[in-house]
Ligand binder design. Structure first.
Ligand SMILES: Cc1cc2nc3c(=O)[nH]c(=O)nc-3n(C[C@H](O)[C@H](O)[C@H](O)COP(=O)(O)O)c2cc1C
Ligand code: SF4
Length: 518
């Protein structure tokens, strides 16, 4: 009997040699006269174990990783196809790997489990149940469910999704749009990509439900051009969904319409900001728009538009199929549901960790991340992308909760967690933050465009020991000006990492002249 063997085909696994592993498995099995059916699934999100090979056994799937092509013969000798646990790369039953077992996977329940492009596999794992339910509800009922779930935008600003949808529903127009923000520009983040590459129908389902909720018949996925595989998979998934009646003019015989297209961004961080994204989608330069009007009222081509992050939309099918309460039962305070954390930087076990809000940063970095990849002590962590604060050890017991982070001038953002060991120079990191803003600023307003350029110069003077105290004071003033005077969060939040570095790691700003080490 043919044994099913899974080798992921998402970007992470491919970059670590998954295709060569799959090829070697094929050839080695043929040589030995073994029958196997190779399934190219998505990643389970345990980047440190990729390429992760899984085998179907009567007791469930068992895992081996990280597998290189040269490991294949020995793995087959050791009984890989029977799920044997004698080889050093054997990880045991996949679901029992502590990294996975301790997560609360609601949005990512299917990633790595299914063949990303198989509609039958998606349906067999509860897929499209949310959409089937939504087709039986009226628009207001869907919006009420989203409100009751407590879902807040996962793109960064944490704005309540139900309120945004209500605004679009309440704004009369002949045409409305659903725009998915898949620009995923934050440092250390990859959760959007995992959804799109490993479970694309989830996003399609979430966007279609959003269309039904607000009366929009056209959706666009604004995808960063650096994700060519996601583009390929999404295009194929959209064509399959159309053929199966899950997209198009007559959704599952309901007479309802929803069309979907992928559009590529051109590689500017600022095009992730929603109004700049809309400009870019309209074919213009990615300049930030003044608000009001809100995109929910005057968005794409001046019409009411829902702009939501991939993860916000990907949370929707669960809420519709399992009920708002099932989602809201997870989390703490006003942070309901789960958050997709992405462990990156100097970390031993990088990957995707979906947890209910409330876990501490320390638990995440120590229990899941297992410390730094270098083995040196952890010194700082930047949460929430390049505009997020650097957190010192005194803040690692903060619960992962929007309000708890805001109270410390920190953000959870899109869930990126970038770790640094004790060799990091935080003055250099502060300079990097200003330089990033200088390079990526859209240029529309002065505090950001000019402020970031001056910020780099001031930090250079501080690091060179030139008139240090006066320049530190000047840097403080400049940060305040950028916070108060910038049009969008690019200039308005760049000071967060800079100020946190100065406040929590002051020695790094004084060490060049004095020859100190951090
Ligand atoms: C400079 C900047 C970059 C941003 N980049 C992204 C991004 O890559 N992806 C994203 O979903 N949101 C990004 N945002 C947030 C969006 O402006 C917006 O809040 C989000 O798309 C709304 O969706 P949500 O409510 O589902 O989070 C960015 C914001 C700023 C200021
Ligand atoms: S803060 Fe920066 S990115 Fe935002 S509008 Fe002003 S110049 Fe553009």
């Amino acid at each position: 009997m043919s044994v099913r063997v899974y080798v992921p085909r998402d970007t992470t696994a491919l970059s670590l040699g998954a295709n060569a592993v799959a090829d070697r498995l094929h050839r080695e099995a043929a040589k030995r006269g073994l029958e196997l059916t190779l399934v190219r699934n998505g990643s389970r999100g345990m980047a440190w174990l990729e390429p992760l090979v899984e085998v179907d056994t009567p007791a469930g799937r068992v895992a081996y990783g990280p597998v290189s092509p040269s490991d294949v013969p020995a793995l087959l000798d050791a009984g890989l196809l029977e799920g044997s646990d004698t080889h050093p790369l054997a990880q045991g039953p996949t679901e029992a790997i502590p990294y996975l077992e301790r997560q609360q996977r609601l949005t990512f329940a299917r990633i790595g489990v299914t063949d990303p492009l198989s509609i039958a596999d998606y349906q067999a794992h509860d897929g499209f149940r949310g959409l089937e339910a939504a087709l039986t509800y009226d628009a207001q009922h869907i919006v009420e469910e989203i409100k009751a779930s407590g879902l807040r935008g996962r793109g960064g600003a944490a704005f309540p999704t139900g309120i945004k949808w209500q605004t679009v529903l309440d704004t009369p127009a002949d045409q409305k749009y659903i725009v998915c923000n898949a620009d995923e520009g934050d440092s250390g983040t990859f959760a959007d990509r995992l959804v799109m590459e490993c479970d694309p129908y989830l996003l399609i389902e979430g966007m279609t439900i959003a269309g039904l909720a607000v009366g929009a018949t056209q959706g666009f996925i604004y995808l960063r051009s650096e994700y060519p595989l996601a583009k390929e998979i999404l295009d194929a998934a959209i064509a399959n969904a159309e053929a199966a009646g899950y997209l198009g003019d007559d959704l599952r015989g309901s007479g309802r319409t929803f069309h979907l297209e992928v559009r590529l961004g051109a590689g500017a961080y600022i095009c992730g900001e929603e109004t700049s994204l809309l400009e870019s989608l309209e074919g213009k330069r990615g300049l930030v728009r003044f608000k009001p009007p809100l995109p929910a009222i005057e968005g794409l081509f001046g019409l009411p538009t829902v702009v939501n992050n991939v993860l916000s939309l990907a949370a929707v099918p669960f809420i519709l199929s399992e009920g708002a309460e099932a989602y809201a039962n997870h989390g703490m305070g006003r942070s309901r549901g789960t958050l997709a954390l992405q462990l990156a930087g100097n970390v031993k076990r990088g990957g995707l960790v979906e947890l209910a809000f409330g876990t501490t940063l320390r638990t995440l970095m120590e229990d899941f991340g297992d410390g730094t990849a270098t083995g040196r002590p952890l010194r700082a962590v930047q949460v929430g992308g390049p505009l997020g604060a650097y957190l010192p050890e005194s803040q690692w017991d903060l619960p992962l909760d929007y309000e708890a982070f805001a109270a410390e001038s920190a953000v959870l953002g899109h869930g990126g967690v970038v770790m640094f060991d004790d060799s990091v120079d935080m003055a250099e990191q502060a300079r990097f933050s200003m330089e990033f803003c200088k390079v990526e600023s859209c240029g529309k307003c002065t505090p950001c465009r000019i402020g970031s350029t001056r910020g780099v110069e001031v930090i250079d003077r501080i690091r060179d020991g030139r008139d240090r105290e006066a320049n530190l004071a000047l840097l403080g003033d400049l940060c305040e000006t950028m916070i108060d005077g910038s049009l969008c969060a690019m200039g308005g939040m760049t000071p967060f990492p800079v100020q946190s570095a100065v406040t929590h790691f002051p020695d790094d700003f004084r060490r060049t002249a004095e020859g100190e080490q951090p």
